[in-house]
Ligand binder design. Structure first.
Ligand code: UGA
Length: 455
């Protein structure tokens, strides 16, 4: 099948490469010439595990190509996938659809024979209708269907998720369009036995995307609130989450407590859903509570860190592990770690930060330019500890659980660890004389852990 993908970001690029791997001929269209030059040269513009190898394979085979020209990209296309950004509008927080509308306007003149226009960008309910209308006005002769084809890839795991999706949701009112999408994913469905394909109305499909992300965000917010509860009652949130997760109706996924959720999807999509609800005069009280609660949590995490650091000295050095919004990515958009770093620096002008992230240093450095004189970017996780008074773990990179605590103990000025991702062995930290605190465990429980429970 001949596929055109508009947008080569965290969704468009893995999708394009994945479809090439399924045997389709893919042309990726983007208006950023510098990005295109890199991609044509097989240089990734984002970090995504496993993507480089696949891109190289299909560039060499000629199954994927890149262009800035809509005319060239849409030549003979059976399917056009719109995968452009829908960031929050800076004033209202609703999804900003300018890139979706622009894509619709630009592609419309080049729809010649029957073509499916699939919206993969996360868009408010009813956007499919608007896109259909935009195309009709510009090219009344065109034969096409506009469908919703939401994306459920996680950043950092996008390649894996592309080939192992739980479901493929198709929001289409036309059998012809649904058949084309079935054909598109046929090679994947033939091997991935756990994948379900679901055909629903376009509006339901648009809603499924927002409802899914908001539900997951709510689940994280719930476990974070339970973590606060455990801290006061002496229970242990890790044990509570394990106990809850064994119930299949609840499930263990997305019950990891932390400093709050972030990224380019959950905050943006919960805000957009809340905005839509206001428009339709529906009270989504849980979504509202999730949004506000998550923001307060991130603020409190920064305050907690400052309080701990200032208790120990007037001009503390804080070692930070992690800047990306989660592990596996270089993405710092709406990252709780980034917000905490910024807040800490704002809250106390005497604090200096030493920081390391395996992939996000470059992006973070760019965003945090105004604090350049108070942030030292170091080469590895252990170096963060040099002369530090407090070590704070903000992103759940697996390698942080393996940090050399012996080395850190010998290099730190004061031995304090604030583990916002519950990654470090409590027993080991205590053996080395660290004052250690994490999320969702009262002090009593930390002591009990040292007694090493039989289970
Ligand atoms: C999310 C969804 O998981 C994807 O299904 C969806 O396709 C994507 O948004 C999107 O809309 O494009 P992503 O933003 O890549 O994916 O990241 P997640 O893995 O969902 O994590 C989001 C945030 O929640 C991170 O800050 C992470 O650290 C936090 N989190 C996640 C927790 O604090 N606890 C958990 O148990 C899980």
């Amino acid at each position: 099948m001949q596929v055109a993908i508009i947008g080569t970001g965290y969704v468009g690029l893995p999708t394009g490469v994945g479809l090439a791997e399924l045997g389709h001929n893919v042309v990726c269209i983007d208006n950023d010439e510098s990005k295109l030059a890199k991609l044509k040269n097989c240089e990734l513009t984002i970090y995504e595990h496993g993507l480089q190898e696949l891109l190289e394979k299909h560039l060499n085979k000629g199954n994927i190509s890149f262009t800035a020209s809509m005319k060239e990209g849409l030549l003979d296309a059976n399917l056009v996938v719109v995968a452009v950004g829908t960031p929050p509008h800076k004033d209202t927080n609703e999804a900003d659809l300018q890139y979706v509308y622009a894509a619709a306007q630009e592609l419309a003149p080049y729809l010649n024979s029957y073509c499916v226009v699939a919206i993969k960008s996360t868009v408010p309910v009813g956007t499919g209708d608007e896109v259909e209308e935009i195309i009709r006005k510009i090219n009344p002769q065109a034969s096409y269907d506009v469908i919703s084809l939401p994306e459920f890839l996680r950043e950092g795991y996008a390649v894996y998720d592309f080939f192992h999706p739980d479901r493929i949701v198709v929001g289409a009112d036309s059998i012809k369009a649904y058949s084309l999408i079935s054909k598109l994913y046929e090679p994947l469905l033939a091997t991935s036995t756990n994948t379900k394909m679901l055909c629903v109305s376009r509006r339901s499909s648009e809603t499924i995307k927002y409802a899914s992300n908001s539900f997951l965000a709510l689940k994280i917010h719930f476990i974070n609130e339970m973590a606060d509860f455990c801290e006061q009652t002496g229970a242990n949130i890790n044990e509570v989450a394990s106990g809850m997760g064994l119930d299949h109706r609840i499930g263990r996924n997305f019950l990891k407590p932390g400093p709050g959720f972030g990224g380019s999807c959950f905050p943006k999509d919960t805000m957009a859903l809340e905005h839509m609800a206001q428009k339709y005069e529906v009270n989504l009280s849980l979504v509202k509570a999730t949004l506000n609660g998550n923001q307060s949590r991130i603020d409190n995490m920064a305050k907690r860190l400052v309080t701990v650091a200032k208790e120990i000295c007037d001009e503390p050095i804080v070692g930070i592990l992690g800047l990306a919004f989660k592990n596996g990515t270089d993405d710092c958009r709406f990252s709780p770690a980034m917000q905490i770093v910024e807040d800490v620096l704002k809250l106390d002008p005497k604090i200096v930060i030493r920081v390391f992230d395996p992939k996000a240093m470059e992006n973070a450095q760019f965003i945090l330019q105004e604090y350049a004189d108070r942030i030292i970017y170091v080469k590895n996780a252990n170096e963060v500890s040099h002369s530090a008074d407090v070590l704070a773990i903000l992103t759940e990179w697996p390698e942080f659980s393996q940090i050399n605590l012996n080395y850190c103990a010998s290099k730190m000025r004061n031995k304090i660890i604030l583990d916002y991702r519950n990654m470090i062995s409590i027993r080991r930290a205590h053996e080395l004389g660290f004052s250690y605190s994490c999320i969702g465990m009262g002090t009593d429980d930390l002591h009990q852990q040292q007694l090493s429970r039989p289970l």
